[in-house]
Write a protein that binds this ligand. Sequence first.
Ligand code: C5P
Length: 294
Amino acid sequence: MLKWAVEAPAKINLSLDVLERLPNGYHRLAMIMQTIGLTDEIRLEERSSGISLSCGKAMSFLPSDSRNLAWKAAAAFIDRFPDVGGVHIHLNKRIPVAAGLAGGSTDAAAVLMGLNQMHGMPLSPVELSEIGVRLGADVPYCLVGGTSLAEGIGEILTPLPSFSGFWLLLVKPPFSVSTPRVFAQLRLEAMGNRPDTAKLTRLVAARDLAGVAGGMENVLESVTLPLHTEVGHIREWMLRLGAMGSRMSGSGPSVFGFFSDEQAAKAARERICPTYPYCWVVQTVDGPYQGMKQ
Ligand code: C5P
């Protein structure tokens, strides 16, 4: 029986700009995306037919049926290759859901990548991305990971030089945010500070952490911060604790801050964790972890 496993990483947005609202309700974006060392464990096991999904402990709120994006990814692959039969997916979820960290998208990307590797790579990277974007706009990015400029609705990717190895504190406040709601409430004429994406791209390439941290912007904060004042409060708290820069990731509500080193990030965690227990000190990392046939 074929088996496969991978650690699927979360992402943060070093920047997020909205350029235009499209006729289909989606938005044309310019984002600098970065994978981080917070992962979901995904294990795949070949089955003769059908899809099943089990989740790690304490994940009773996570749908373990066709509503789960990992399941939808398997269904899309098997639709394309009916001879594959079926698969059992085991998901050990560590990335918070509906948090702006692409947790669902990275699971979907891992399942697509895993099934493709298990079955002799029938799909090219472009074909995987085409299936991925129908599951979610962040899935094409999650298939490649690392440091990348994402344009279009998120599927047009330009790899950037590695920005791995920097320390950050990530905090998930105790509520979730609906991405469609945030985009629906966004007023393009009142987005506040917008990122200078070209300048940030150069700072990323120069591995200028202070420059990147100081130049990060996310226009979706103009919607999420007024809805949830705690997001702004956590940002300011991180800055007072010495963060070089702090921003919300995606549509939120997760907030991250870059620190000069691991020790400084851990010292800030000590202060924030009693109030916000969902907090992690992690590093920026390169591309998706390589899955392994077992
Ligand atoms: O593609 P995905 O399901 O991840 O997107 C979630 C929601 O985010 C969409 O339903 C849409 O409201 C919004 N979105 C958008 N423009 C994008 C990506 C997402 O408006 N480029």
